[in-house]
Design a binder for this molecule. Structure first.
Ligand code: ZN
Length: 138
C-alpha cells in the first residue's frame, strides 16, 4: 500500500487542525481493510493528537494547559534554545509526533468523540503529515 503525504496549512501560531477526513480519504484510496494507520508529523514544532471533536472549548482548554506547561516566559528562568521557539518544541514533545489508529473493515476505529488533529505550535505554515498503511499479517 502506497504511503500518503498530506499537506496541511495552519492558520495561527497555535492551531489544532482536524485532519480526520484527510486521513479517512487516504485510507479509502489505500484499500487497506484490516490493520492500522500510522499518522506521523516529521516536524519538531508540530505534533499529532487524538482528542475530542465535539466541544471547541476543549481545544481552547488544551491550548491553555499546554501554554501553562510551556509558557513563553517561564517563571524562574528562561529557555536557552537560540531559535527562540523552545515552548513550541516542548508542546510538541508533550503531544507526540504520531498516532497509530486501528483499522477494521476499511474504517478507522476512532471512538465516537475522537478526531485526529495536527497540532501547530509555531505557525502559521504548511505542514506535512505522513500516513502509512499497515496491513495485518496474513
Ligand atoms: Zn527551534
Amino acid at each position: 500500500m502506497r504511503p500518503a503525504r498530506l499537506e496541511v496549512p495552519t492558520r495561527g501560531h497555535c492551531d489544532f487542525v482536524d485532519i480526520t477526513q484527510l486521513v479517512r480519504t487516504a485510507l479509502e484510496a489505500s484499500k487497506l481493510r484490516s490493520g492500522a494507520v500510522l499518522v506521523y508529523s516529521p516536524h519538531t514544532t508540530a505534533g499529532i493528537m487524538i482528542q475530542e471533536n465535539a466541544d471547541p472549548d476543549l481545544r481552547r482548554d488544551l491550548r491553555l494547559a499546554l501554554e501553562l506547561a510551556a509558557p513563553d516566559a517561564p517563571p524562574g528562568g528562561r529557555f536557552l534554545h537560540a531559535e527562540g521557539n523552545a515552548p513550541a518544541h516542548v508542546k510538541t514533545a508533550l503531544v507526540g509526533s504520531s498516532q497509530l489508529v486501528p483499522v477494521e473493515s476499511g474504517e478507522l476505529q476512532l471512538g465516537t468523540w475522537q478526531a485526529i488533529y495536527l497540532c501547530e505550535f509555531d505557525g502559521p505554515r504548511t505542514r506535512q503529515v505522513l500516513v502509512r498503511f499497515l496491513a495485518d499479517a496474513a
